[in-house]
Design a binder for this molecule. Structure first.
Ligand SMILES: NC(=O)c1ccc[n+]([C@@H]2O[C@H](COP(=O)([O-])OP(=O)(O)OC[C@H]3O[C@@H](n4cnc5c(N)ncnc54)[C@H](OP(=O)(O)O)[C@@H]3O)[C@@H](O)[C@H]2O)c1
Length: 262
């Protein structure tokens, strides 16, 4: 299978690298494009096919992924539209905020035909093959949707959702990488005040978060139960959690999430 990733920035680049690491796609089967030649150097160096020509990149691909910012989507679609074979190629749109109806109308040809389009929201952890990826069919049938899902299944977990839930998915999982990192950063800062070096502190927090995630996976995702195991009444963890809540921890997280809701 050949894949074109139009726009190899934060998310497109992470998708390219993540897919190349899953043992199924060769870097030579993945073509990435960018707005500037200098953005392609890293990918060319890794063995990807790299091009500034979106139409050429899209022409040979089975799946064409659009991962440019919203303001560039129209230009990119206009460049690739006539190069595509709608009967064979699937379009994946990662442009979180770009309305799907508008995207379909950009692709619509004079005879009314449109390609199969799936909207996909991965997060940057796809580079480490640990993405939380949401998929919603725009107009794609089940077979094409499953083809796309099979690709993203190789680089993390996927969830099929209604399109109206993609915004919430973006907030919780894509922006969520930033929020999880903010916790790691804050806890590492605390670790430094407790006497660890900055480098040790961040490694300790990272391994602790990894351990917490592994516990959740082992035991049916029940964070309250795992908290109860460490927060014995009158103990240190209980004191710490109380102090965090008094400082508005849960409220702060929820406010951050709602502020970034699409
Ligand atoms: N970041 C995330 O976690 C995430 C997650 C899910 C979805 N998304 C969505 O993905 C899209 C891209 O976000 P991003 O964070 O990856 O942005 P970004 O880092 O700014 O990347 C945008 C990429 O598009 C390239 N580009 C610009 N003009 C182009 C053109 N005419 N043809 C081909 N490529 C072009 C840029 O290349 P140059 O830098 O060389 O101009 C850059 O590589 C957005 O719509 C966003 O909503 C992002």
């Amino acid at each position: 299978m050949k894949i074109a990733i139009l726009g190899c920035g934060s998310i497109g680049g992470a998708v390219a690298v993540g897919l190349s690491r899953c043992g199924v796609f060769r870097t030579s089967d993945i073509t990435v494009t960018a707005g500037h030649a200098s953005s392609l150097d890293r990918f060319a160096g890794l063995g990807f096919r790299a091009s500034l020509n979106n139409a050429e990149a899209a022409r040979e691909a089975d799946i064409v992924m659009i991962s440019v910012r919203s303001r560039v989507v129209k230009q990119v679609v206009e460049e690739i539209r006539d190069a595509l074979d709608y009967s064979r190629q699937i379009i994946v749109s990662m442009a979180a905020e770009y309305p799907s109806e508008e995207l379909l109308s950009l692709f619509r040809r004079p005879d009314g035909s449109v390609p199969q389009v799936v909207k996909v929201i991965p997060n940057t952890a796809i580079e480490a093959r640990q993405s939380m990826t949401f998929l919603a069919p725009v107009n794609a049938d089940k077979e094409h949707l499953e083809q796309v899902r099979a690709v993203f299944d190789k680089a993390g977990k996927t969830l099929l959702v209604e399109e109206k839930m993609l915004g919430a998915g973006t907030t919780l999982a894509s922006c969520g990488i930033g929020y999880a990192m903010a916790y790691v950063k804050a806890a590492s800062e605390g670790g430094k005040r407790l006497g660890f070096t900055a480098e040790d502190a961040v490694r300790i927090v990272a391994q602790t978060v990894q351990g917490a995630v592994s516990l959740l996976e082992m035991r049916d995702f029940r964070p309250e139960e795992e908290i109860d195991k460490v927060a014995t009444p009158g103990g240190l963890t209980e004191k710490g959690l109380k102090a965090m809540e008094e400082s508005g921890f849960t409220d702060a997280v929820i406010r951050g999430l709602t502020a970034s809701a699409i």
